[in-house]
Write a protein that binds this ligand. Structure first.
Ligand code: FAD
Length: 519
């Protein structure tokens, strides 16, 4: 430290101590040493910015020794690439007696540049006049580079995420979307729903059941390749997504979390649309289903015919057996008539046994977790050929997400197929022009309601209860077991099926199936 410097420092420190009475007890030397040893570049200037004092940290940052800096203007640090307006605003502010803080591009003594974070505070005398300026600055080049790297990486990540051909959404613990990509926004617009992610998660949770509900918040929780079906409300074909989720933890950046730590959990949901792949698989599945249902129809009609045949044969054979008993008591067992009749009875009984053995066994299907929209879609797909042939316009209005039903899928398929068959048959009457079919599904008070409404001739009021009786039919060439069997299936599921009596023209059948039932 030169003698000139020390004197100047002492004068400044003593003056500031005198301005603020509370500091008057601190020896002037303390200020001098504090400024001298501070690890931030400090300079003190006159009101023109001409340097009066610099500390060693100033020399370390700028490369200018004190002897070279003192007497020169602070503009020696200017790299001349900082826009002039910045300096103008700097000077306007400090001339008004206000502190200024900002970033300037500086040049070191060796010509190299650095980014400086500069604080300039006016030093006023006891009359409030600005006498000096106190400048403090730090080289923040490295920090700025880091900041920019983070910014660039963020921008890069965002553009990659946006350009990704998959739906990406970051969800908080309440399933609120905090970040999404272009594909997600497109899906929102396509489906016309606020948050498709909520729908996807509802469905994924249903499939993961308790495991998902509990596991959602544990770290490392993930699900992979969960297939989810979304049914657009406008009746367009369903869309399929293969969804994966991984847990993302964000460290808390709040100051009070510096030592305590903490953070927030997010779920990164990635959904890849697999609708076209599923459409192919669906075609194959519906064809298989068609074959299986045709086979089941065949087996069931064989079962019915054989049961009826055995039932009808049992009567005469039993009667013959009693006649043989009576004759043998009257004429003896060796009577040729008794022997012949007895042979005929045993042959008949043998035939009955063989006939009974030929009755196909009923297939017992297990209860499964099902999406009723899929079952309804299957029933519609199975009926497509007949609907087209009859020129029937179908309006399909599924509720986008239905609660999972624990049910017998094949039985329900048969139920809805029977209802659709009835509707098609009713509208196919010769000369009948109104040919419109509406199928609606919706969740309602712990149940799922399905409405099948046709524009056919309808069921007369007096027959609306009778149609559910076995063998009752309003048509001639018809067995009349369809609605009775459908009602039995609804009852097997704890549900109901009714024909809406308020419906004017056409027929409206309402099926209500409770959701919570597990068997
Ligand atoms: P200049 O001709 O010096 O001035 C640019 C603009 O500032 C002009 O529009 C002019 O009107 C205005 N101006 C200049 N001097 C005054 C004045 N005395 N009163 C009112 N307006 C004025 N600059 C840096 O680049 N890096 C630094 O680290 C830095 N630290 C500083 C620390 C202190 C304590 C002070 C007081 C100033 C500091 N400056 C710093 C500003 C510096 O004095 C120059 O104003 C700046 O470097 C621009 O220099 P220039 O030669 O390009 O233009």
């Amino acid at each position: 430290m030169t003698k000139k410097q020390t004197n100047e420092q002492s004068r400044l420190a003593v003056e500031s101590s005198a301005v603020d009475g509370s500091l008057s007890d601190i020896p002037a030397g303390v200020f001098v040493h504090t400024v001298y040893q501070a690890d931030v570049a400090i300079s003190i200037t006159d009101t023109h910015g001409d340097i009066l004092y610099v500390n060693p940290a100033f020399t370390r940052v700028t490369g200018y020794p004190a002897a070279e800096a003192i007497g020169r203007n602070e503009s020696m640090l200017s790299h001349k690439t900082t826009p002039p307006e910045v300096y103008q605003s700097l000077w306007r502010q400090i001339s008004r007696g206000e502190a200024w803080c900002g970033r300037l591009i500086n040049r070191r003594r060796d010509g190299s540049e650095y980014l400086a974070e500069v604080n300039i505070s006016p030093v006023v005398n006891d009359r409030g006049e600005v006498r000096n300026y106190l400048g403090m600055h730090r080289d923040i080049t490295a920090m700025h580079r880091l900041e920019n790297q983070v910014k660039n990486q963020k921008a890069l990540l965002e553009s990659v995420v946006d350009a990704a051909p998959v739906v990406i959404a970051l969800l908080d613990v309440d399933d609120r979307v905090v970040l999404d990509n272009h594909e997600y926004k497109k899906l929102q617009a396509d489906l016309g729903m606020a948050e498709p992610a909520t729908m996807l998660m509802t469905s994924i949770r249903a499939s993961l059941e308790a495991e998902a509900v509990n596991g959602r918040r544990s770290s490392g929780y993930a699900f992979l390749g969960r297939e989810v079906r979304l049914d657009p409300a406008d009746g367009k074909p369903p869309r399929w997504f293969s969804c994966s989720g991984s847990c993302v933890r964000e460290d808390d950046v709040a100051a009070d979390a510096f030592f305590a730590g903490g953070g927030r959990d997010y779920l990164l949901l990635v959904a890849m649309e697999i609708t076209s792949l599923r459409a192919q698989q669906e075609k194959v599945r519906v064809a298989d289903l068609q074959a299986a249902m045709a086979e089941e129809d065949r087996a069931s009609s064989l079962r019915e015919s054989l049961s009826a045949a055995t039932y009808r044969l049992e009567g005469p054979i039993n009667m013959m057996a009693s006649v043989v008993g009576m004759l043998s008591r009257r004429s003896g067992e060796s009577d040729p008539m008794v022997l012949a009749l007895s042979d005929a009875v045993s042959v008949g009984q043998q035939a009955l046994t063989e006939l009974r053995a030929m009755i196909p066994a009923e297939t017992r299907e297990p209860v499964g977790s099902i999406n009723l929209n899929e079952i309804l879609r299957d029933a519609l797909d199975l009926a497509t050929g007949r609907l087209l042939a009859a020129g029937i316009t179908v309006t399909w209005k599924p509720q986008a997400m239905l609660p999972t039903l624990h049910a017998y899928p094949n039985k329900l398929r048969s139920l809805f197929k029977a209802l659709l068959d009835n509707a098609i048959e009713a509208m196919s009457a010769r000369g009948w022009r109104e040919r419109e079919l509406m199928v609606i599904s919706r969740a309602k008070l712990g149940s799922i309601e399905v409405v099948i409404e046709d524009s056919g001739p309808g069921v007369p009021a007096e027959s609306q209860l009778k149609v559910f009786e076995p063998f009752y039919t309003t048509k001639h060439r018809h067995l009349g077991t369809g609605l009775a069997a459908a009602q039995q299936v609804a009852a097997d599921h704890g549900g109901t099926i009714e024909i809406d009596p308020r419906k004017g023209a056409g027929c409206l059948v309402r099926v209500v199936l409770p959701v919570k039932r597990r068997s």
